[in-house]
Ligand binder design. Structure first.
Ligand code: NDP
Length: 450
């Protein structure tokens, strides 16, 4: 791996993070990526070094770890671990999703929570950064098991939540079903119908239109903006979309609506190629309704093929939307994409590209939209859901989507202009990290030593 040399003070801050958070590789990676962007900021604002803002931002305000005990369908007792890292509340109540996946441990939650601080700042909405979850694996579990797990999880988490305190949403393994069970248990314990305490709710009970679609749609809007400033169009592009969950499905849907074609998607067992373009209604049926594997898609679409264990980034295409999980594109995959003619990468997932992969994209000078900017449409629309809850209002699909589109184009503009101001036009990594950081750092500065 190429190691980028950073400012001595930043290197020291990074080494402190590594020392205080041992064996949390994903968290170290997320911190390093941000710190690598901050050299030019410290040069302009030496006061940030004096007030140790960077060290303070890298330390979560609060970390909650708890036991979750529940009973499976066989009557056996199961024990999981729950997490909520309330990272930063300078701009508003803690906000960020819950992930249920067997790979979850403190380092994953911290990396996601750290990213969330800057992403939420970029949305321009009044929300702080947090993330939570559990090592519980909902895959293959009955609805009853998922419900009992969610109830046990919320029985501890509820005391840390509130519409002015901390507002979780979904992430990997947490969709509409899980949010329903979590909200039901919160309501039961709190004895209050506090709609604004969770987002991603069902449409009949406080949810917002477009929230389900928002992350995927937003990533596509961001890609369109990145191409537009280079004089290129999204229409007519051939796209790869990894994953086949919430983000992937609605990325594909919007790509097709805007005249591009998504020809492949995946899950952890392999990928599907459909040269006609992925049939998004069939994909929804397989994944959202029947909760089956993506391979099932190919059994129902004769022209599609499933490649078990395959690497989706080997498929030639012009735009890539990594929308599954962290570190799913390494340096090798990035080189393959570039070699096959990829002109843009837009991240629906959080931190899907390794540092080596990012350097390949930057050296090839292709448009690279990092997750904390490109996938911010989900949390931005969560904030719109909170606005509707607070005003007891309910907005139309068209109005909410127009708001989302405006927010994405504003995020793009801010990242683009900030990168140019700091001497690296077109570098969205630099632009997003600096713009997000400045907003949070200025607020923290105003609050005194917190
Ligand atoms: P879902 O649970 O709906 O879907 C996740 C998809 O990614 C599934 O197809 C899953 O396949 C695949 N996947 C997950 N883990 C792995 C893995 N270790 N290896 C290979 N494939 C994997 O999650 P979302 O669509 O909500 O989230 C996807 C990404 O987008 C995550 O990085 C998330 O943090 C990010 N994100 C989500 C937002 C949202 O609003 N939902 C907002 C912003 C970012 P399988 O079923 O085989 O595990």
């Amino acid at each position: 791996m190429t190691v980028v040399v950073i400012d001595e003070r930043l290197e020291k801050a990074y080494q402190d993070v590594v020392r205080r958070n041992p064996a949390e590789a994903e968290f170290h990676q997320a911190v390093r990526e941000v710190l690598e962007s901050l050299g030019p900021v410290l040069a302009k604002r030496p006061d940030f070094a004096d007030s140790r803002i960077i060290e303070r931002i890298c330390e979560p305000e609060r970390q909650i770890i708890f036991r979750v005990v529940w009973q499976n369908d066989a009557g056996e007792v199961e024990v999981n671990r729950g997490f909520r890292v309330q990272f930063n509340s300078a701009l508003g109540p803690y906000k960020g999703g819950l992930r249920f996946h067997p790979s979850v441990y403190l380092g994953i939650i911290k990396f996601l929570g750290f990213e969330q601080i800057f992403k939420n700042a970029l949305t321009g909405m009044p929300i702080g950064g947090a993330k939570g979850g559990s090592d519980f694996d909902p895959k293959g579990r009955s609805d009853g098991e998922v419900m009992r797990f969610c109830q046990a999880f919320m029985t501890e988490l509820y005391r840390h939540l509130g519409e002015y305190r901390d507002v979780p949403a979904g992430d990997i393994g947490v969709g509409a079903r899980e949010i329903g069970y979590l909200f039901g248990q919160f309501k039961r314990i709190a004895n209050e119908y506090e709609s604004g305490v969770l987002t991603g709710k069902g449409l009949g009970w406080g949810g917002s239109l477009v929230r389900k679609e928002a992350t995927g749609y937003g990533a596509v809007f961001f890609a369109r903006e990145m191409l537009a400033v280079r004089g290129q169009e999204l229409e007519g592009q051939t796209c790869l979309v990894s994953g086949s969950g919430n983000v992937a499905i609605y990325t594909i849907e919007k790509l097709h609506a805007l005249g591009a074609k998504a020809i492949a998607c995946s899950d952890s067992s392999g990928f599907v190629v459909d040269e006609d373009g992925i049939d998004v209604e069939l994909l929804k049926q397989v994944k959202e309704v029947e909760r089956r594997r993506v391979s099932e898609y190919a059994t129902r679409k004769p022209k599609a093929r499933f490649v078990p264990g395959g690497n989706i980034w080997e498929v030639p295409a012009t735009v890539a939307f990594p929308s599954a999980t962290q570190n799913e594109i390494n340096g090798h995959d990035a080189k393959l994409l570039v070699k096959n003619g990829c002109i843009a990468v837009c991240e629906g997932a959080n931190m899907p590209t390794t540092p080596d992969g990012i350097r390949v994209f930057q050296e090839a000078k292709i448009a690279y939209g990092l997750g904390k900017a490109a996938n911010a449409g989900g949390v931005a629309t969560s904030a719109l859901e909170m606005q509707q809850n607070a005003s007891r209002d309910y907005w139309s699909f068209e109005y909410t989507e127009a708001r989302l589109q405006k927010i994405m184009s504003e995020i793009h503009r801010v990242c683009y202009e900030t990168a140019a101001e700091y001497g690296s036009p077109g570098d969205y990594v630099l632009g997003a990290n600096i713009a997000g950081f400045l907003k949070v750092a200025d607020a923290m500065d105003a609050f005194g030593l917190i």
